[in-house]
Design a protein around this ligand. Sequence first.
Ligand SMILES: NC(=O)c1ccc[n+]([C@@H]2O[C@H](COP(=O)([O-])OP(=O)(O)OC[C@H]3O[C@@H](n4cnc5c(N)ncnc54)[C@H](O)[C@@H]3O)[C@@H](O)[C@H]2O)c1
Length: 346
Amino acid sequence: MERVRIGVVGAGFMGGLHARVVAESGLGHLAAVADPDAARGSELAERYGATAYPSHEAMLAGERLAAVIVATPEPLHRDAVVAAAGHGAAVLVEKPIAASLADADAMIAACDAAGVPLMVGYILRFEPAYARIKQAAEAGTLGRILTGYARRNAPIGEGRRLAGRTTVVNYLAVHDLDQLLWSIRSAPVRVSARAVRGKIHEEFGVADFTWITVEFADGGLGVVESGWALSEGWAGWSTPAAWGGFGDVELNLIGTDGVASLDFTPMNLYGVDDREGWRLPDTRHWPVINGRIVGALKNEVDHFLDCVATGRPPLVDGREGRRSLELGLAADRSIAEGQPVDLPLG
Ligand SMILES: NC(=O)c1ccc[n+]([C@@H]2O[C@H](COP(=O)([O-])OP(=O)(O)OC[C@H]3O[C@@H](n4cnc5c(N)ncnc54)[C@H](O)[C@@H]3O)[C@@H](O)[C@H]2O)c1
C-alpha cells in the first residue's frame, strides 16, 4: 500500500511528536514540515529526511500532500486547515479545534466543501483506558450517568512553557470536556466556572487552576478540575529522558447502575532515585519503547492515516471538536463574567 504523504505545520512540541510518529509509521511518509522558525523547522525536517518550508502556503505549493497535520498555536489553526483543505488534503488538527467558534465553523465548512476529512487530535479518545470507559457508558453498563468528574493538573513547567498564550481551560480542560461529551450523551445546557490565581497569574496574567461545572439536559452533572501550576517536583526524571512526568489525572463516572474510574496519576508506574526523588512517568500517551513512540498518540495518528487511506470517517471530527470548544469558551466566559453561562453560546 502506498504511504500517505504528510506535511506537518508547526514544528514545536506536538508537531515534533506527530512528525516522529508519522516518520516511524509504515502507513505514512513525512514529506514536509512548515514553520516560520527556520532553525526549528529545518532541524525537525532533517531529522526525518523531510523538506522544510517557512510557511504552510509554501509547503502546500511545493508538495503534493494527501494529508496535513496542524500543530500550531491555537489561533493559527484556521488558516492552515482552510489552506490544506483547499489543496484537497485531509486534515488532523490538534485540539482544541480553534480559538473561536467562528474559526471552527470556517474550518468545518472548508473541509466539507473540499470533501476532505477533518479530525481533531483528542488523544484521550485513543487511550485504551479512556476508550474502555466510553464503551461501558455506551453499553449502558453504568445506567444513566449522574456525575462525571475529571482532573488534569499539569506541572508548572507546562504553564510556563505556554506563557499565557491560551487559557488553562482551552489548553487542558478541553481534553476532559471532550471526554464528558463523549460518554454523557445528554446535551450540555449550562456551564459555571471559577478560576484561581497563583504563580502563573503573577508571571503571565492567566489563571493557574480552574474548576468547571457542566449541567446536562438530563440532570447529569460534570466537573472538570484543571491547572498548570503543580509543584516543579512533578516534572519528569531527566534520566532516562523518556521518563517525563505527566501530572495529576483522573476520570470518574458514576451512573445509576455502575461506576467507572481511572487514575492516571501514576499511570501504573512509579519510581524513585537518589538524585531526583519520586517520579511518575508517562506510560500511556507517547512513551518511547524500543526506539519508537507507542501509546495513544500513535493510535491517534494510525487512525487518521487509516481514515485517509480508506475514506472512513474520523472518530472525532470537526463538529465534535467544536462542541468541546464551545464548552471551553463558555467556561472562560463564566470565569470572566462571574456567573453561569447558558448553552448554546450566543
Ligand atoms: N494532544 C495533546 O496532548 C497536546 C499537548 C500539547 C499541545 N497540544 C496542542 O498542540 C498545538 C500546538 O501546541 P504546542 O504546545 O506544540 O505549541 P509549540 O509552541 O510547542 O509549537 C508551535 C509551533 O508552531 C510554530 N508556528 C507559529 N506560527 C506558525 C505558522 N504560522 N505556521 C507554521 N508554524 C507556526 C512555532 O514556531 C512553533 O514551532 C496546540 O493546539 C496545543 O493545544 C496538544
